[in-house]
Each structure stands twice: as C-alpha cells, then as structure tokens.
Design a protein around this ligand. Structure first.
Ligand SMILES: Nc1nc2c(c(=O)[nH]1)N[C@H]1C(S)=C(S)[C@@H](COP(=O)(O)OP(=O)(O)OC[C@H]3O[C@@H](n4cnc5c(=O)[nH]c(N)nc54)[C@H](O)[C@@H]3O)O[C@H]1N2
Ligand SMILES: Nc1nc2c(c(=O)[nH]1)N[C@H]1C(S)=C(S)[C@@H](COP(=O)(O)OP(=O)(O)OC[C@H]3O[C@@H](n4cnc5c(=O)[nH]c(N)nc54)[C@H](O)[C@@H]3O)O[C@H]1N2
Ligand code: SF4
Ligand SMILES: [Mo]
Length: 699
C-alpha cells in the first residue's frame, strides 16, 4: 500500500474522536487526533493508538475456527455456516425455539454492520431468550425515557457546552470519556464550564478523576442515590422552587410527584446516603439559581437496586427546574439518521417473563442476570444452545463463575467474535468478522447521544484480509440460511449497510447523503442541540409523564430499604467498580501499550478501613461475596468512601482456554466473580453491580 493519511472516527468508546492516521508502506506509523474534526477538535485518548494493535494482533481471528479434541482448527465459512444453521435447527426442532438463546455485547453498537444486521439474525431465531449487555448497563435509562417521553431511545443529553451548573452522579467521564453523552475532550469541556463562571459537582463513593477536577465532590453510600434525588425533589416542592417554564404546558403528574416525595426530607435520608441535609439544600439552591443547570447520572446510578427510580428522578429534576429541553440543560439531539422516527412505541415491557425466576422482558430481551440459571435449570424451554455476538458475558455479567459452569454444560455454542477469550473459548465454532481499521464506520447510535449534532462517515483504512467476512455478511448469511429449509446459501446476496445508511441520511432532517459525507472526511457540524419539545415526544398526546405509575409504585420498595445498609455479619464492605482510561470493558488488555506499567487490578480501600483490617499497602486480600471469592493486592487511598471498596471490571484473564498472549500476562481477577446475579433492580431485572456486600480479609 502506498503512503497515505487517513481520517476516521475511533469506534472504541462513545466519544467518537476524529483520528488522523499515517500509513507508510502499508503500516500504520502514527495515530493522532484530527484537529479538523468539528466534534472532537483534535482530542484523542491512549486507546486510539491501540486500533493499530488490534489490527496487527496475532491473536485476532481472521477465519472461522472449530473446537476439536486436538484444539482449534480452521474451517471454511461454508462448513461453519452449514454446521451452525443445521445445529440450531436441529436443537429447535427437538426442544422448541426457546432452546436457542443469543447474547449481544457492547461493541455491537460501535459497529454499523452489526447494529444494522445482527437483528436480522436474532429475529430469525424466533426465541424469547434474547439477552444483551443492556441489562448489565443502561436499561434503566431506556426504561425511564420510555415511561416519561414515550421512546426508549429518547434520552436527554447534557448540554455540556452551554451549561452553567453540572451535577454528575455516578459517572466518571474523565476516565470513560462519557456515556449516554458522547463528549470527546470532556476535560476541556468541563473546564470551560468553570471558566465561564459555572460549577461542576460530582456525587460518587470514590473521589474520581472527574471529582478531582470538579468544584465540589460528595461521597454517597452506594445504591442510595434514589433517596438523595427524592430529597432534592422534596426540597424543590417544600421551598416553592419548582418552575417548569414552558414545560408546564405539556407535563403531567406534578402533584403526584409532590405527594410521593413529601416524606423524603433531607433529614430523613442523610444517614442512609451519607450526605448531610444542609448539603442537599445547598445543592438544590445552587441548581435552581444557576442560569442553566443539568443533572446527569450514568452507570453508577444505573447498575444499582433502584437504578430505574434513579434515572427517572434525574429526568424529573431537570423537568421540575425547567432545564429539560433548554440550552444548557438536558436536551435531545437531532441526528442525521433519525432511526427513532420509525420506531414502534407500543408496550414493550413484561410481555413475557424468564422461565426460572420470572424476570420481565423489556424491548424483546430478558435480563442477562438470569442467563446462567436458564441454561442450568432442566425443564421445558431450557437453553441448550447459545450464540454470543460482540460479548464477553463471563467477565462482564454478574456471577461469571456460575456462567462459566453454565457455558460448559451447553449442547452447542457459537461466538461471533474476534478473539478466543473467557467466553468464546466455550464455543464450538467462532466466526470472526473484520473489525476496526478494516471496516467503514458511521455511528448510528452515538450521534443520537452526542452533546452536539454532527455526522461523519469513515471509509475503511485497510481491506479485510483475504477470505475474511464483514460482520454484515455474516449476520445476513446466517439469517438467510435460517429462513430456508436447507441451510444452503443458494441465491444469497449480501447488501452492504451503506445502502440503507445512504437512504437514512437522505430521509433524515438534513437531507444529507453518503456521497456528501464522503466528501467531508473530517465530519460535518450540524450545530448545537436545539429545543424540540413537545414535538419530539413519542407519548400519544405529546406530553411528558413526570410520575409514571409503574415507577411511582416502585417507591414502596425503596421506602422499605431506608434503614437497610445492605451489609450483613462478616460482609461489611460495599464493592463498586471502576474504569480506567486505558481499559475498555474486558477486551483490550491484549494491547501491550495499554496494559504496561503499574498493576491496575487492585482493591482500593480507605486508609482507616485498611488499618482496621491490619492491611499495609500492597497487602494481598481475599474478597468474598455470597457467590465467590478472589484474591488481589490492595491500594490504600483516601479517595474511597469509608466502608466502600472498588475494583476494576474486565480483568480475570487467567481462565482456562484463553488465547490472548498479552492479556494473560496481566490477568488480574474478575469483579464479576463476586457480583451477585440475585442482586438486581427488581423492577427491570437490571444487574445491580454496585450493591454487593463483601468480606475483606488479609491473605
Ligand atoms: N461489575 C461490573 N460489570 C460490568 C460493568 C461494570 O461497571 N461493573 N459494566 C457493564 C457495562 S457498562 C457493559 S457495556 C458490559 C459489557 O459487556 P460485554 O459487551 O459482554 O463485554 P465486553 O468486555 O465489552 O466484550 C466485548 C466482546 O466483543 C468482542 N469484540 C470486539 N470488537 C468486536 C467486533 O468488531 N466484532 C465482534 N463480533 N466482536 C468484537 C471482544 O473480543 C469481546 O469478546 O459490561 C458490564 N459489566
Ligand atoms: N476507559 C474506558 N472508557 C469506557 C469504558 C471502559 O471500560 N473504559 N466503558 C464504556 C462503557 S461500556 C460505559 S457504559 C461507560 C460508562 O461511563 P461512566 O458511567 O462514566 O463509567 P464509570 O467510570 O464506571 O463511572 C461510574 C461511576 O459511578 C460510581 N459509582 C459506583 N456506585 C455508585 C453509586 O451507588 N452511586 C453513585 N452516585 N456513584 C456510584 C463509580 O465510583 C464511578 O466513578 O464508559 C465507556 N467508556
Ligand atoms: S476517547 Fe474513546 S473515541 Fe476517543 S480516542 Fe479514546 S477510545 Fe477512541
Ligand atoms: Mo456499557
């Protein structure tokens, strides 16, 4: 390949940074931020350079492999498709359609071909056993958006570039680069709030990298945010600070919200949350006094036992203070491809339940916390066959140890993945798609969740390797063969996702086209977020419901937990997760440059707690929960709240069968060998990773 400079969007996290990549003699020699990208303005993080590592990774699969008694063997695509489809059909004929399950992981939505085509294959399975990382992450956000605004994807985004007050609860954007808030260069964007006289406040059980840059930080006891939010709302009503502005014309349920919040005075909840009544009042006053303000909550308030109530109340605070759909508040995007416009908005909750525990379906999926027992519990509709796609549930979903056993017992498993890792090593066949620098890219999902309206298409930098397939070719072919009586591909022609993307752009609000985007390789700026309510609402009468019945009802469950600290004899610490700038969930530890240096898989603990347990720095500890135990070194830091310990998610690569040469050298242990599949947001079944009580002992 000749020398060239290539511009593209990084697909690794939600921030959508523009990259400028130099290639010399076919080899990537430099990856820098693209200063001409109107969205990211030259910002990148250290992970971007690892795109080269993934491309060159000798462990990355390029062709289908089959597990045999003599190890993994390369097989042809034809043989792989033929076997997979006949196996699925055979298992479904014998045991019913629900005997086949599918789990889709996070990189699915960072990939145009998968986003658009994996649903074709998923549908062809005609099973009620669909799972995804959504129920280990942002399900409460979708649930609250659907209940309040009528559409699960109509989630408000902080208008960070214009706000005067940002209250961040359970998010650490300086490490994560933002989530349900695509925000490249977030550190400078937060600094800009302060420069224009505004304020940033963080509520988190750890004094995080973001908290360190904020004007104020308050520790909160994990899992108690719903109480804090109710107390803020109580204060707004009690002190006559409610002011919806133009939202009052189309908002219902204010009186009901006033009624249910009345009992949750700041005094009543200060012990439970660890935040004083005077702080809560002060915060509330500053929030309403700011010219514009936004309350933003992310994964820390989502993966807890009251995650859905918390996401609802966060939206409610933005509405009650008139900050929803207002510049500097919480706004909605106007994406260039508006897939919301076509979506169904009928009831999509609890239409069926999981077989073993009766957990509710949402948007066609069951909570992933129930996957293991659905495989292990015998009976009609037991899962016997699993397909994973872009997912590593053994490291990323609760009670990974149980899931490991469950996967061992499957009759058949297929993984659509680029690596042989903790989950995919259980598969009978792995189908690897082309990835990263080999694929054209458009962020179908993250343009919907971004702090500014922009649009950008990136060409592939490299062709896929010889004989390899794109993800969309794989899903389309599997779906085609599933729909035909024999599993042959006779007559099959795959259609590139660019065809539909082009149509989506043309029918979108800006009348763009793929050609137009190709002519603008740095991306096109479509302007700041603009007010769009009530028009944009998907509720039948185009009204906001600030007190949805199903969420209001769940307050009874919350009330019962007011005096429960979640601990029990021996299990006296609450465990929370954390993210580091150079990790990406479980799957980027095979890049030497990202894992080198100090061991990051440590248990962070407060110095007083360490003293009580007779621990010195770097002591090895055994951490035990109801479901398992792990051993790891501690890191003493007063950045932790007393009584709370933290370890990162995504480590634990020492499991058998893992073929990741670098990651296994930096194996660490998995937090999800401790998290409990029975600890959930009971309303939706979302995993509650941050409500797990553990015992900490010196080894
Ligand atoms: N305790 C705890 N657990 C957590 C979290 C936490 O904070 N604490 N966070 C949760 C969150 S927010 C999430 S999103 C989930 C993530 O859960 P998952 O999505 O299940 O896990 P990942 O580690 O992201 O695994 C991604 C998989 O996709 C593969 N992959 C990467 N690129 C491609 C590609 O282009 N094509 C294909 N087919 N495969 C690819 C990787 O090899 C890997 O196997 O984890 C959740 N788990
Ligand atoms: N570098 C990096 N970036 C990533 C990822 C990654 O793994 N690494 N993963 C990506 C994914 S899939 C996602 S979903 C996003 C997540 O993006 P963020 O939500 O910003 O992710 P976290 O850094 O996990 O921040 C969650 C915060 O919640 C805090 N917390 C824990 N429990 C509680 C609680 O009960 N209450 C409150 N108030 N806070 C609590 C934690 O201490 C932590 O600081 O990041 C994305 N970006
Ligand atoms: S912040 Fe996210 S999108 Fe930006 S370079 Fe890093 S991984 Fe890529
Ligand atoms: Mo996530």
């Amino acid at each position: 390949m000749r020398n060239l400079t290539h511009f593209r969007t990084c697909n690794l996290c939600e921030a959508m940074c523009g990259l400028e990549i130099k290639v010399e003699d076919g080899v990537v020699t430099k990856i820098e931020g693209d200063k001409n990208d109107p969205f990211s303005r030259g910002h990148i993080c250290p992970k971007a350079v690892a795109l080269k590592d993934i491309y060159e990774d000798p462990n990355r699969l390029k062709f289908p492999v089959k597990r045999t008694e003599n190890g993994w063997q390369q097989i042809s695509w034809e043989a792989a498709f033929e076997e997979i489809v006949s196996k699925i059909k055979e298992i479904q004929t014998k045991n019913g359609n629900n005997a086949v399950a599918m789990y889709q992981g996070n990189p699915s939505i960072h990939n145009l071909g998968t986003t658009m085509n994996s649903p074709l294959f998923a549908k062809s399975l005609r099973t009620k056993n669909m799972f995804s990382a959504t129920s280990a992450d942002q399900l409460p956000h979708h649930f609250a958006a659907w209940q309040m605004f009528g559409h699960p994807m109509l989630m408000p985004i902080p208008d960070i570039d214009f706000t005067d007050f940002m209250l961040i609860i359970g998010g650490n954007p300086i490490a994560s680069n933002g989530s349900i808030m695509s925000v490249p260069d977030v550190a400078n964007r937060l600094k800009a709030i302060q420069k224009r006289g505004g304020k940033v406040v963080v509520i988190d059980p750890r004094l995080t990298e973001t908290a360190a840059k904020a004007d104020q930080h308050f520790f909160i006891r994990p899992g108690t945010d719903a109480f804090l939010l109710l107390a803020i709302i109580q204060t707004l009503f009690a002190e006559n600070l409610v002011n919806l502005g133009r939202l009052s014309d189309f908002t219902d349920g204010i009186e009901l919200l006033k009624e249910i919040s009345a009992e949750f005075t700041p005094e009543k909840i200060e012990k439970q949350t660890g935040i004083s009544a005077s702080t809560i009042r002060q915060l509330t006053h500053e929030f309403v006094q700011a010219k514009s303000a936004v309350c933003y909550g992310r994964v820390g308030v989502s993966v807890q036992t009251f995650g859905s109530i918390a996401q609802w109340l966060i939206n409610a605070i933005n509405v009650l203070t008139g900050n929803l759909d207002r510049t500097g508040g919480a706004m909605f995007t106007a994406p260039a491809v508006d897939f919301l416009a076509r979506a169904k908005t009928d009831n999509r909750f609890n239409r069926w339940q999981s077989r073993v525990r009766g957990l509710p379906e949402f948007l066609g999926e069951l909570p992933v916390a129930t996957l293991a027992e659905e495989i292990l519990t015998e009976g009609e509709n037991q899962i016997k066959c699993l397909i994973t796609s872009c997912g590593n549930p053994i490291l990323s979903t609760p009670n990974g140890g149980q899931l490991d056993k469950a996967f061992d017992s499957l009759e058949y498993m297929v993984a659509i993945d680029i690596y042989i890792n903790e989950s995919t090593q259980h598969a009978d066949i792995i189908l690897p798609p082309a990835t990263g620098l080999e694929v054209p890219h458009y962020d179908m999902t993250f343009h919907v969740l971004a702090v500014r309206n922009t649009a950008k298409f990136s060409e592939a930098l490299f062709p896929k390797s010889e004989g390899a397939k794109y993800d969309w070719e794989i899903y389309q072919e599997l779906a085609y063969r599933m729909a035909h009586p024999t599993s042959s591909n006779e007559g099959f022609v795959a259609e590139s996702p660019e065809v539909k993307l082009d149509l989506g752009l043309q029918f979108g609000p800006y009348g763009l086209s793929l050609q137009k985007l190709k002519e603008n390789p740095h991306g096109i700026d479509l302007g700041a977020l603009k007010p769009c309510l009530p028009n944009r609402l998907f509720t039948p009468e185009k009204r906001i419901n600030i007190a949805p019945a199903i969420l209001v009802k769940d307050i009874a469950r919350l009330r019962k937990s007011l005096n429960d600290n979640g601990l029990s004899a021996g299990f006296e610490y609450l465990l929370i997760g954390r993210r580091h700038l150079r990790d990406n969930n479980s799957w980027m530890h095979n890049s030497e440059r990202l894992v080198k240096g100090r061991n990051r898989c440590t248990l962070m603990i407060h110095s007083e707690d360490a003293k009580n347990l007779n621990l010195e720095s770097n002591s090895l500890v055994k951490v035990t929960s109801r479901v398992g135990s792990v051993e790891l070194p501690i890191e003493i830091t007063d950045q932790m709240m007393r009584g709370v310990v933290s370890m990162p998610h995504g480590y634990g690569h020492a499991r058998k069968g893992v073929k990741l040469d670098v990651a296994t050298q930096h194996a660490g242990v998995s937090i999800n060998d401790l998290t409990d599949e029975l600890v959930l947001d009971a309303l939706t079944g979302n995993a509650a990773f941050n409500n797990v009580a553990v015992k900490v002992e010196k080894v």
